[in-house]
Design a binder for this molecule. Structure first.
Ligand SMILES: Cc1cc2nc3c(=O)[nH]c(=O)nc-3n(C[C@H](O)[C@H](O)[C@H](O)COP(=O)(O)OP(=O)(O)OC[C@H]3O[C@@H](n4cnc5c(N)ncnc54)[C@H](O)[C@@H]3O)c2cc1C
Length: 387
């Protein structure tokens, strides 16, 4: 299917962004003859991610992959515990291995898609194609969609603060019933903050099974033993002593407004976290990928210049200010998130984080934060001071 040895599209990485875009390309008859190559360095057989997101409860497009969903959330600060319905939304969970396997089976049915397990080392753009190099091959593609996140570009600049959402999670099974299986704990700030923004995130799968993640929004990762010590201490505090750890998960997600899209060129588009599709103030990415993928398909149909794909919106500015504040006052995360959850309806907050609120709703949410802190940061931004 390659034309003169050139693929129409080459994807680097076969994670959430590539697979969601591929899923939509395969659904579209316009791309039935497009030649596609996916290059991935790992076998993608293991469960390396648990993806959660909210969406209207009745949405069914992810039903085959969803393993659990919750209608209620808890938000806990040291002063107050909120237990709220998020109807009409549900908070849903996908295990990545299930999604990888189903997509691998689907891709296998399309002779126009090649998937090779090779590590991409570099790429080079020419006027009419891009050369993507692995140890043993140089592949040519008309367009290159790159989901390999390059942390070093973030480290080389200081115009935009870079935090990480980093965590270690344990899937545990307890001897007794310990959890409310209908309620996901979004953030429990009832842990020592130690100068950062630190919380527990709990997804109960049944009365005696849950994923418990010790999570930070901060600049630097901890040693693994520190996350584990905090999970152990938290479980002891909750009087959960009789448990086994069935599986573990660890991750780091970039939280930054760095304009990744400036690395896009005529033929190269950065996608997923590598393209800045992660919501900077929360780390949520999965549904943003879905939304971007839906926009990308008609865009690719037109064969447009990839530089024209990304558009900045006002939510980028909210995230930028929020991250400026959180980077400077990293210990204030508990206070800031508590104010937001205590003063606003959770469904409006979720719509706000989804970037689907009206300006009026946004002003109401923004008023829950200490105005002086944000105005000071805005002024610093405007006069060009670094965070
Ligand atoms: C553990 C974890 C849990 C997360 N949970 C959530 C969540 O609950 N909700 C949410 O919205 N977001 C979540 N995220 C954030 C985000 O949704 C995921 O990181 C998501 O997988 C991002 O998709 P992506 O395609 O950008 O990157 P990835 O899914 O990481 O895909 C990139 C792919 O590129 C491959 N790769 C890297 N380098 C090379 C190379 N040189 N050559 C070839 N292949 C390469 C990798 O192996 C990987 O498969 C989570 C992230 C992590 C790490």
């Amino acid at each position: 299917m390659k034309k003169n040895g050139v693929y129409d599209f080459i994807f680097a990485g076969a994670g959430a962004a590539t697979l969601q875009i591929i899923g939509q390309l395969l659904d579209d008859d316009n791309f039935a003859t497009a030649s596609i190559l996916i290059l991935e360095r790992n076998s993608k057989k293991e469960n390396d991610r648990t993806w959660c997101f909210w969406e209207p409860k009745e949405n069914s497009s992810w039903n085959n992959a969803v393993v659990n969903s919750w209608d209620h959330i808890t938000f806990a600060s040291p002063e107050k515990i909120l237990h709220e319905s998020i109807s009409p939304f549900a908070y849903k969970m996908i295990r990545s291995s299930k999604y990888y396997n189903s997509m691998a089976a689907r891709i296998g049915q399309f002779p126009n898609v090649d998937m090779f397990f090779e590590e991409v080392n570099s790429f080079d753009e020419n006027p009419d194609h891009v050369v993507v190099s692995t140890d043993n091959h140089n592949y040519k593609g008309t367009y290159f969609l790159n989901s390999i996140l390059d942390w070093s570009v973030l480290k080389r600049q200081n115009n935009y603060p870079v935090l990480q959402q980093h965590f270690v999670g344990w899937y545990i099974k307890t001897g007794e019933a310990c959890f409310d299986s209908k309620t996901a704990t979004f953030m429990d700030f009832g842990v020592e903050q130690r100068g950062n923004t630190r919380f527990m995130y709990i997804l109960p799968l049944s009365k005696n099974e849950a994923l418990i993640e010790y999570t930070l929004f901060s600049k630097n990762q901890l040693k693994k033993a520190e996350y584990e010590r905090e999970i152990r201490a938290y479980l002891t505090k909750k009087n959960i002593r009789n448990y086994i750890i069935e599986e573990t998960e660890q991750g780091s997600i970039p939280m930054t407004c760095y304009p990744f899209s400036k690395h896009n060129t005529n033929r190269v588009l950065h996608i997923g976290s590598a393209g800045g599709w992660t919501k900077a103030s929360t780390g949520f990415t999965f549904k943003f990928i879905e939304r971007k993928a839906k926009k990308l398909i008609p865009f690719l149909r037109e064969n447009k210049n990839m530089r024209l794909f990304e558009k900045r919106n006002r939510f980028w500015w909210y995230d930028l200010l929020f991250l400026d504040v959180l980077a400077r006052y990293n210990h204030k995360g508990s206070f800031l998130f508590s104010r937001m959850f205590q003063r606003n309806n959770p469904v409006t907050i979720l719509r706000f984080l989804d970037e689907k609120t009206s300006l009026r709703e946004e002003l109401r949410i923004l008023r829950s934060f200490p105005v002086g802190l944000f105005i000071r940061q805005l002024l610093l931004r405007l006069v060009g001071a670094k965070h």
